[in-house]
Design a protein around this ligand. Structure first.
Ligand code: UD1
Ligand code: UDP
Length: 371
């Protein structure tokens, strides 16, 4: 029997998390040969994910450099992938999401005539500069792909509007839900002293994350200042902020929030403690893509500190609110949510617009049926 050779390519933390369930599924199948190649666009933050999901890459391009430019990431990934693809000659190459690794992976495969499967296809904010450069990456990847695995019906509709042929579009749910089900447990105990000590019953804990390139600068200063002032207004509110390793983000975070005793600035957490922390907190403030999917699933209100989102499903379901990046809007929305119990209860309902935890299985079944 000829086995289908599937190469998964990923490079950053969120790609790793969302690709992991697919890798686990590929490895279960006897009719598949699974090859894993990481670009390591991220280093420490990717290694955390590989460890949690117990994934050993066959190839590690180790392209990471502190302060890397988009051009550097693209060229180093393209060159490294050219060699690996030429050697392995996979039948299909899978990429996940919208990072520079994703676009480079799709382009490298396309250059060698390898079919591309795009996981998390069809997300659109409608603004090529926001998120930057992700909106462009996902559009460019779509053009190069043969299989488009759309998390939701809206994602499929976006691609239909761009004249993609319907028989190449598959609605699968988002593999982030598969990953979440793998790690979140109500009885989870943190091995981090601080996270175990926090009184989640009597304090209202806000989980904050922010890393988007287009927010770095004034927007991030606004967001952090608003959070700082809200914490000072409410005695029972604390913040946990696992700060992305980007030094530009760390500098702004430390400058504005570093001396507030009720704000805990910590290093990025492993996926398991991070999602279990999310499961305990009162609400989430973020510009992350993945968190916008996880928070609604866990029934946590989420204020999205961005100007646009490509994930309107959480907003339509009422658990997420797009509040922008102006100081006043972030402050007022937090203030409203913290002082209005009815509003909080309305938003704190678990909804699952992003799938039922079977996305990875669906994706692998589709690939096997089509080849
Ligand atoms: C990248 C993706 C973004 C994704 C995010 C997830 C691109 C252009 N951006 O953004 O879509 O949402 O990952 O987190 O693909 N750093 C470290 N160690 C790490 C990772 C990052 O020190 O393990 C620091 C480095 O100084 C690096 C900087 O963070 O230069 C930025 O990393 P980079 O991958 O370029 O962009 P992200 O902002 O992480
Ligand atoms: N995450 C994590 N540890 C952290 C912060 C986030 O494991 O300290 C996870 C989170 O659960 C989500 C993913 O990382 O699955 C989101 O990554 P990020 O916000 O960096 O990227 P985005 O989703 O915006 O591309």
């Amino acid at each position: 029997m000829k086995r289908l050779k599937v190469m998964t390519v990923f490079g950053t933390r969120p790609e790793g998390i969302k690709m992991a369930p697919i890798i686990k599924e590929l490895e279960k199948r006897e009719d598949v040969e699974s090859i894993i190649c990481v670009t390591a666009q991220h280093r420490e933050m990717l290694d955390q994910v590989l460890k949690i999901f117990d994934i050993e890459p066959d190839y590690d391009l180790n392209i990471f450099e502190p302060g890397q430019s988009l051009t550097k990431i693209t060229t180093r990934a393209l060159e490294g992938l050219e060699r690996v693809i030429a050697k392995e000659k996979p039948d299909v190459l899978l990429v996940q999401g919208d990072t520079t690794t994703v676009f480079s992976g799709a382009l490298a495969a396309f250059y060698q005539g390898v079919k591309v499967g795009h996981v998390e296809a069809g997300l659109r904010s409608g603004n090529i500069y926001s998120p930057y450069p992700e909106e462009a990456n996902r559009m460019l990847t779509g053009i190069l792909a043969e299989y488009h695995f759309c998390p939701t019906i809206r994602n499929k509709e976006n691609l239909l509007r761009e004249n993609y042929p319907e028989d190449k579009l598959y609605i699968t749910g988002n593999t982030v839900i598969d990953a979440l089900q793998y790690v979140v447990k109500d009885e989870y105990i943190f091995d981090n002293g601080l996270l175990n000590k926090i009184d989640y019953e009597n304090k209202r804990v806000i989980l904050l994350t922010s890393h988007r390139r287009e927010n770095i600068g004034k927007a991030m200063e606004n967001i952090f200042s608003a959070v700082n002032d809200i914490v000072n207004k409410y005695d029972d509110v604390e913040v946990v902020f696992p700060v992305h390793l980007n030094p530009r983000v760390r500098e702004i975070a430390k400058g504005i929030l570093g001396s507030n005793e009720k704000v805990h600035l910590i290093d990025p957490l492993d996926y398991e403690p991070f999602t279990n922390l999310m499961n305990r907190v009162y609400l989430v403030v973020t510009d992350s893509g993945g968190l916008q999917e996880e928070a609604p699933t866990l029934g946590k209100p989420v204020l999205v500190v961005r100007e646009e989102t490509e994930r309107p499903e959480g907003i339509e379901a009422g658990t997420a609110k797009l509040v922008g990046t102006e100081y006043k809007s972030v402050y007022d929305n937090l203030d409203f949510l913290l002082s209005n119990e009815a509003e909080y209860t309305k938003m704190a309902k678990a909804v699952n617009p992003y799938g039922d935890g079977t996305a990875a299985k669906k994706i692998v079944d589709i690939l096997l049926n089509a080849n």
